[in-house]
Design a protein around this ligand. Structure first.
Ligand code: RP5
Length: 178
């Protein structure tokens, strides 16, 4: 679903410093990276896209997490599949909120990614969305950012109102027998 109509003075995401990082463990997660970035851009939320692996480039994962807040990032979306430890490793080294997206896998359907992402030890939280739900991860990031950005909050409310309207329209259509 498209975000609410743009404000008269649009922020240009590509020209602003990123406030959300969309990080994935592999190029094979590109579809989910693009989905998250597209949703953020519909709300004019500037983001950066990265490939960092908890297992193949562990030093970079920690370095990224440790520097994220000082670089102005506010929310991190971490996408990974299989033994999906990226969100947890990033959360271990930052105080920023981390949203994990478990990627669907060919062998276990993403259940492996889901459990690896969500079953964090106490004290190291990851807010996990559903398997492959990169759009929801971006919307959750919007909801977090909207807590301290009234114009974003207004667009987020508009989005939800339009979502409700579309369900009500479907309800009417079904009742009419369309
Ligand atoms: C994870 O393993 C990635 O996030 C990806 O979802 C999965 C498979 O990665 P590749 O072997 O395709 O690079 O690290």
């Amino acid at each position: 679903m498209r975000a609410a109509e743009p404000m008269t003075e649009r922020r240009r995401p590509e020209e602003s410093a990123p406030v959300v990082a969309v990080v994935a463990g592999s190029r094979s997660d590109s579809k989910l990276i693009d989905e998250a970035a597209r949703t953020l851009s519909e709300f004019d939320v500037p983001c950066e896209k990265r490939i960092i692996s908890a297992h193949r480039t562990p030093e970079q994962a920690l370095e990224f997490a440790r520097g994220a807040r000082d670089r102005g990032l506010k929310v991190i979306i971490a996408i990974a599949g299989k033994a999906a430890h990226l969100a947890g490793v990033i959360s271990s080294a930052t105080t920023l909120p981390v949203i994990g997206v478990p990627a669907k896998t060919s062998d276990l359907g993403g259940l492996d990614s889901l459990l690896s992402t969500v079953q964090m030890p106490s004290g190291v939280p990851v807010a996990a969305v559903g398997i492959g739900s990169a759009e929801n991860a971006a919307l959750l990031a919007v909801a977090v950012l909207a807590l301290s950005d009234e114009s974003l909050a207004s667009r987020w409310r508009d989005y939800k109102a339009k979502l409700a309207e579309s369900v009500q329209a479907d309800d009417l259509a079904v009742k009419r027998g369309d």
